[in-house]
Write a protein that binds this ligand. Structure first.
Ligand SMILES: *Cc1c(COP(=O)(O)O)cnc(C)c1O
Length: 348
């Protein structure tokens, strides 16, 4: 095959990933700390994430779908892998064959599993107030799970990243369910839930966002560090004369002659148009702002005030998650899961 150098690279720091997990494990107050690696580990690469985290001692992994479970079958041998979406009749063949277990979400899913699951282990999601997935907590208290062998009984917090009464209500409802239902383990907290302290940890925590550098709550500031660093190569450097415009729809005009670098990164790579005029990059220690509309494959940066830059130089794209989220109005989750297929994911 012809070797073609990649024009955009996502550098991913495995030491930081592992350190983030260690901090979350420590905050989990004696509970096991797992890892949500759904959506390709939030865009960073699930197989590599599982490999590095399992080497560090992580034993419990979570994906959303059976296709994701299949892609991790080899690297999760000897570990537990749970599938958040549970089973439908279409998934039963995969669910029975793969070593992953479903997180059953409804009475219908439970009936399917009892019928066709061959006694394989399962987890169950209880809905304690998010009204998304799960058997509702009042049905659980009425005995809906009574004759089911459950590995891990889970619930999921809707608003743990804010300080609102809903979270405490969910905790109380989950405790009632725990008293009613016998399971090997109980699990409630996502990244934000872990920050709320020992009451939320139970036996197993399920962080995702914070593993990958997202800051779910103020408690994590200074402990959770950036994991993923996008870089893009400069394709062209040009002078834009005073009064000339840059990019689609001429949304940016040069005030005085400017030097502009065009980088090989665009919204098709997940560098969405919300970055237009708001993004920035680092060149030789200088911050250079993005200017004009982000195109599908290209973004312009004003490098006038930075040291000279040339075609083929690399720009380090600013992607501090909380900062970029505040600037663009995108959530940290969206920013992470937007990293596109053209990036070469390069772990170091
Ligand atoms: C995605 C997900 C998690 C991880 O949540 P973060 O907020 O990313 O830490 C945990 N539990 C469930 C059910 C999820 O869907």
């Amino acid at each position: 095959m012809i070797d073609i150098p990649d024009p955009i690279v996502l550098q991913i720091d495995k030491t930081v990933l592992v350190n983030n997990w260690r901090w979350l494990a420590q905050q989990s107050a004696g509970a096991s700390c797992g890892a949500a690696v759904k959506a390709n580990a939030y865009g960073l690469g699930a197989q590599d994430a599982v490999r590095h985290l399992s080497e560090a001692g992580c034993r419990d992994f979570f994906v959303a779908t059976w296709a994701e479970a299949r892609s991790l079958a080899e690297c999760t041998e000897g570990l537990t892998l749970s599938v958040f979406h549970g089973v439908s009749s279409m998934d039963m063949a995969a669910a029975v064959q793969l070593h992953a277990k479903p997180v059953l979400n409804s009475l219908e899913q439970i009936a399917l599993w009892k019928q066709g699951g061959h006694g394989k282990p399962c987890d169950v999601m209880v809905d304690t107030g998010m009204n998304r997935l799960g058997v509702s907590w009042d049905q659980v208290l009425e005995g809906a799970l009574d004759d089911l062998a459950i590995h891990t009984l889970c619930s999921h917090l809707a608003s743990a990243d804010e300080d609102v009464p809903q979270t405490q209500t969910q905790l109380e409802r989950f405790r009632l369910c725990k008293n009613r239902v016998s399971a090997h383990r109980y699990s409630l907290a996502n990244s934000a839930g872990i920050c709320l302290g020992a009451d939320y940890a139970f036996d197993l925590t399920r962080p995702g966002l914070a593993l990958y550098g997202g800051i779910p709550r103020a408690e994590a500031v200074g402990h959770i560090k950036q994991v993923a660093f996008p870089k893009a190569r400069v394709l062209q450097v040009r002078t834009v004369k005073s009064g000339e415009a840059v990019g689609y729809n001429a949304t940016w005009q040069a005030q005085g002659d400017r030097t502009v670098a065009i980088a090989q990164l665009g919204y098709a790579d997940g560098y969405l148009r919300c970055h237009s005029d708001l993004g920035s990059a680092l060149w030789n220690g200088h911050i250079v702002p993005s200017i004009g509309r982000v195109s599908m494959d290209l973004t312009a940066f004003d490098v006038t005030d930075a040291p000279p830059i040339h075609e083929e130089d690399w720009l380090a794209i600013e992607y501090d998650l909380p900062k970029t989220a505040a600037l663009t109005g995108r959530s940290q989750y969206e920013l992470l899961t937007s990293f596109g297929a053209r990036y070469k994911r390069s772990w170091f």
